[in-house]
Design a protein around this ligand. Structure first.
Ligand code: NAP
Length: 262
């Protein structure tokens, strides 16, 4: 076990190597969590997030794993427990967009399977095994309460006909959040969804010009790109106990995108 993290609560962040996930890792480390930084392929990026956290006196460890794989999910959980001895927070952040961004009349099953494995099956079954472990840790008095936070998207309710699989996967995260929130409240595990709007990251880099135009046109009231740190702030507030009588909420971090005007 990692001796420097003795007594620290532990958070597992999927897709912690880049973008929103990396910002969440840094934020949770600042809040005193030992952070398990999961990545799929970007080993260098994950190691640099870990190095940054350690340089600031925090505790973190990188672990490779595809959230779509059952074996990898079990390995992620086992790694967190081996490294830090407990698990208090799971952030289901890893996600991919629609492969090729094809119109739904041309969408492929390959993209559907890849998107659903990463964006929905992974979070669902990782939450399942993590929740069982959290229940055990809470009953043993090692963890006081658990938090599961699912990073959804405004695509859960805003239609993009060239990313149908992505939109449907994010929409389903809303129901998944409520299901786990209902099931786990008696176990002292609280489950929320954080719904980012348009956030500057590698995911949105290929469509930067389109979103620059939308922002200039005032497509959402707060006229700027969202930052990964904007999303990390919401996650940090939730795990800090700011919403102590809440579960199953959807926290929008979207610059007001959801407001409809006439
Ligand atoms: P990103 O910059 O593309 O980063 C994606 C992260 O997910 C990377 O760390 C990547 O790991 C990891 N990942 C991808 N597939 C994985 C898998 N199968 N197993 C484990 N890790 C995997 O994306 P982002 O913009 O930060 O998005 C993060 C989350 O926010 C996603 O769920 C996304 O849908 C959601 N979101 C983003 C926006 C936005 O505007 N950017 C808006 C709403 C919601 P590697 O580095 O190893 O590839």
């Amino acid at each position: 076990m990692n001796a420097s993290a003795k007594g620290m609560p532990c958070a597992l962040v999927t897709g912690g190597s880049r973008g929103i996930g990396a910002a969440v890792c840094r934020r949770l480390a600042k809040l005193g969590f030992a952070v398990v930084v999961n990545y799929a392929r970007s080993v260098d990026a994950a190691e640099s997030v870990v190095a940054e956290i350690r340089a600031e006196g925090g505790a973190a460890a990188p672990v490779q794993g595809d959230v779509g794989s059952k074996e990898d999910r079990q390995r992620l959980l086992a790694f967190a427990l081996r490294e830090f001895g407990r698990l208090d927070v799971l952030v289901n952040n890893a996600g991919i967009t629609s492969v090729g961004r094809r119109d739904i009349l041309e969408a492929t099953e390959e993209s559907w399977d890849a998107v659903f494995d990463t964006n929905l099956k992974g979070p669902f079954f990782l939450s399942q095994i993590v929740a069982k472990e959290m229940i055990r840790l809470i009953q043993a008095g090692i963890v006081r309460e658990g938090h599961i936070i699912n990073i959804s998207s405004i695509s859960a309710f805003a239609v993009s006909t060239n990313r149908g699989d992505y939109c449907i996967s994010k929409s389903a995260i809303g129901m998944m959040t409520k299901l786990f929130a209902q099931r786990l409240a008696d176990e002292h595990i609280f489950v929320h969804e954080v719904c980012p709007g348009v956030i500057e990251s590698d995911m949105t880099a290929p469509v930067k010009e389109k979103y620059d135009r939308l922002i200039a046109d005032g497509y959402w009231p707060i006229r700027r790109w969202g930052s990964p740190e904007d999303v990390a702030s919401a996650v940090g507030a939730i795990v800090s106990g700011a919403f102590s009588f809440s579960t199953g909420n959807c926290f929008l971090v979207d610059g007001g995108f959801h407001i409809r005007t006439l």
